[in-house]
Write a protein that binds this ligand. Structure first.
Ligand SMILES: *Cc1c(COP(=O)(O)O)cnc(C)c1O
Length: 428
């Protein structure tokens, strides 16, 4: 469906029923698939024929939805994973191994920061974090002989920095490695990182793509543009025979368009098994069908809430790339011309105590460890995700005690602002 506009793709891409077939994507609730002869099945194992044999590797429901996401992002292949964490781990581990090195933006989701800096370190994979605002020289200086990938988030959760995708893509390509961009917060409706040079795009589909707080999931999309064979010595997993898969050389057999996702499926899904359930894929697709309608409303509410908070005496600062005085406003105008997302951060002057009173009085915005939901929710990191830190440690981490992250849902913005106003008034 690549000639259609975004809205049409959100509704219809990925699955086109034949005559008399179900209009909605069928949930193929089956772990396994039947074949007439062992020879038929053998061809699947040899990757000589395409088809399904076991849902830990692939399932038709998942593939319909992955094909839609590939189309939305402008990629050539995609796969679903059980969570966003699994998506980022698989995307990196598909090309990294013990002894590899990653260059990553420092302002990334806490779970991904931990994944890379702690868990992948235990596997012998090293990382250099760089500020998303670093100069080209600083960025280039972070690379090593063994660097295999560059990683960043289009709009970082929760820092709300905007990645200069072209700057990061240029540095990655000059060093012969791909740029992996986590596009969870922007979604392809507001930014398509591949058009700016990203090679692999990942998602926590748990957030806006599902959009209803119903199903944890992830996705990986390949642009099909990175020439693995041109850097064959860096990527032996893609460019030399895989003895665990009958000697197939992925980059040769599946080309630039298919090698990355095929290897990720046949090796990582086979061995690690973080597959999304077909039920979740079905729910995810329901979310995708309205993504293009929901995102503009999330942005409208985020912008209205950010502007309202800016003018309140109890508020110290508001962080939202859509505000003209935000340090990322120029990058947001370039990469996110239709707006970014509905997540806004702000600091209450009264610190942790003020945050406590404020949040207790909110009626519409629920206190949750979640973002990007149809229902507005908020979180005070100092009393939840970061509660083990004292005031000084919080300051050092750039998370003031009075910081609140609010994820604006799809409610009426006047109701949301009235709710915030009465909770601010309660602080006194
Ligand atoms: C939530 C999130 C993740 C992790 O996704 P899960 O689905 O919770 O595993 C990764 N990246 C970003 C940007 C996120 O917001």
């Amino acid at each position: 469906m690549s000639d259609y506009k975004m809205s049409t793709k959100c509704v219809q891409a990925g699955y086109t029923p034949g005559n008399g077939e179900p209009r909605q994507i069928p949930i193929i609730q089956s772990t396994t698939f039947k074949y007439a002869t062992s020879e038929d099945m053998g061809k699947l194992f040899d990757l000589e024929a395409s088809g399904y044999f076991y849902t830990r590797l692939q399932n038709p429901t998942n593939d319909y939805v992955a094909a839609k996401i590939a189309d939305l992002e402008g990629g050539t292949a995609a796969m679903l994973t059980s969570s966003g964490q699994a998506a980022n781990f698989f995307a990196l581990f598909n090309i990294c191994e013990c002894g590899s090195h990653i260059v990553s933006s420092s302002t990334i989701y806490g779970g991904t920061f931990n994944l890379i800096s702690v868990t992948m370190a235990k596997m012998g994979i090293d990382v250099t974090f760089v500020s998303p605002d670093c100069t080209e020289e600083e960025l280039n200086a972070a690379f090593k002989e063994n660097t295999k990938a560059v990683f960043g988030e289009t709009i970082a959760n929760p820092a709300l920095t905007v990645l200069d995708i072209e700057k990061f893509a240029k540095a990655a390509h000059e060093h012969g490695v791909p740029l992996i961009v986590d596009n969870t917060f922007a979604t392809p409706v507001n930014c398509r990182p591949i058009e700016w040079g990203a090679d692999i795009v990942t998602h926590s589909t748990t957030k806006y793509m599902d959009g209803h707080g119903a199903a944890v999931g992830g996705a990986i999309v390949d642009s099909g543009k990175f020439d693995w064979m041109a850097y064959a010595d860096k990527f032996p997993g893609l460019c030399t025979p895989d003895e665990s898969y009958h000697g197939v050389t992925y980059a040769e057999k599946f080309g630039k368009e298919g090698a990355f996702i095929t290897k990720c499926t046949t090796q990582l899904m086979r061995d690690l098994g973080c597959i999304q359930s077909p039920q979740h894929a079905f729910l995810l697709n329901l979310g995708l069908e309205s993504l293009h309608v929901r995102m503009p409303r999330h942005v409208e509410n985020g912008q209205a809430v950010a502007e309202f908070l800016t003018s309140q005496p109890q508020v110290n600062f508001v962080s939202y790339p859509g505000l003209p005085d935000n340090p990322y406003h120029a990058l947001a105008e370039k990469y996110l011309p239709n707006g970014g997302c509905g997540v806004v951060s702000f600091e209450l002057k009264g610190g942790r105590a003020a945050a406590e009173i404020f949040m207790k009085h909110l009626k519409l915005a629920a206190i949750e460890t979640h973002v990007a939901d149809a229902r507005t929710c908020c979180l005070n990191p100092a009393s939840s995700t970061h509660r083990q830190m004292n005031e000084e440690q919080l300051r050092e981490a750039g998370i003031p005690a009075g910081l609140i992250r609010i994820s604006c849902g799809l409610e009426d913005k006047e109701d949301l602002i009235a709710d915030l106003a009465q909770a601010l008034a309660a602080i006194g």
